[in-house]
Write a protein that binds this ligand. Structure first.
Ligand SMILES: [Zn+2]
Length: 242
C-alpha cells in the first residue's frame, strides 16, 4: 500500500511556504534492477523522491532542509541552467537540478545517481532516446578520475549497457573480469558480458543475474543472498534526508 499526505514546507533557501505531496508509506518487495532501481510499489513513487520550491526552485528530498552549500548553489548559473531546462519534465528536472548541485560540489557519485533517476523517469514515460541520453550523461559524471568502488562500477556497467554504449561497456566488463571478483559480483559481470555480446540493452533484475550461472550447491532463489547483495550495492544516499 502506498500512501501520500499533503504537507506544508518552509523552503530552506527562500523561506517561503509551499505544499507538497509526501510519501508516507510504500513497499519495495522483490529484487531490484541491476541499476538498483527498487521494485514493488515504491518503484512508482519516483515523482515524490525530491521536492522543488515553486518560488526559488530549490530541490531537495525535503525542501525545508539543507546546508550553506544549498543556499549558495541557487545563485549559480549551473542552477539556473538546470532549472530552466525546457526539455525536462518536472520529475526528471528535479533530479537533474539535484545532480547539478552534486556536480557543482564535486560529489560525482550522487550526481551520477540523480541523473540515473532522471533516466528512470524517462523509462517510465517510454522516452527511449531521452533515457539513453540521460544514462550517458549519468556516466559522464563519473569521468575525470578513477572509480575505486566496485558497487559504483557495476552500476556504471549496467548504465553503459542500457545506453548501448557497447565499446565502453565491453572495456569496463573486461576490466572487472580481469580483477577476478568474488561471487556474487563475478556472476553479475558474467551476466553483463553475455548481454553485451548479444547487444542486449534490456532491463534485468539482480536476481536474474545471480541465477545466470548457478552452482550445484546454490539455488537461484536464495533470498538472503539476494538481499545481502542489494544491501551491498545500495548507493542511495541523500545528505538532506538524514
Ligand atoms: Zn524557495
Amino acid at each position: 500500500m502506498t500512501d501520500y499526505d499533503q504537507r506544508k514546507r518552509e523552503c530552506y533557501c527562500c523561506g517561503k511556504v509551499s505544499e507538497h505531496w509526501e510519501l508516507m508509506s510504500s513497499n519495495s518487495f522483490g529484487s531490484r534492477d541491476l541499476d538498483q532501481r527498487p521494485s514493488g510499489m515504491f518503484r512508482s513513487t519516483i515523482g515524490s523522491w525530491l521536492q522543488e520550491c515553486p518560488y526559488c526552485g530549490y530541490v531537495a528530498p525535503s525542501i525545508d532542509k539543507g546546508d550553506a552549500k544549498a543556499r549558495c548553489f541557487v545563485d549559480t548559473p549551473e542552477f539556473r541552467a538546470a532549472s530552466l531546462d525546457p526539455l525536462a519534465e518536472p520529475a526528471s528536472r528535479r533530479f537533474l537540478v539535484r545532480a547539478a548541485q552534486d556536480a557543482y560540489y564535486g560529489d560525482r557519485r550522487s550526481a551520477f545517481h540523480n541523473t540515473l533517476c532522471a533516466a528512470w523517469v524517462a523509462d517510465d514515460r517510454g522516452r527511449e532516446a531521452d533515457a539513453v541520453a540521460l544514462r550517458l550523461k549519468a556516466a559522464g559524471h563519473l569521468g575525470g578520475g578513477r572509480i575505486t568502488s566496485i558497487d559504483t562500477r557495476l552500476l556504471l556497467l549496467d548504465v553503459l549497457r542500457r545506453a548501448a554504449s557497447w565499446q565502453a561497456a565491453e572495456a569496463l566488463a573486461a576490466e572487472l573480469t580481469a580483477e577476478e571478483l568474488e561471487s556474487p559480483f563475478s556472476d553479475i559481470v558474467a551476466f553483463h558480458r553475455g548481454k553485451i555480446e548479444a547487444r542486449d540493452s534490456g532491463r534485468y533484475k539482480i536476481k536474474e543475474a545471480y541465477a545466470f550461472k548457478p552452482e550445484p550447491n546454490r539455488s537461484e532463489a536464495d533470498p538472503e543472498l539476494v538481499k545481502a547483495l542489494a544491501r551491498h550495492l545500495k548507493i542511495i544516499k541523500r545528505p538532506d534526508s538524514a
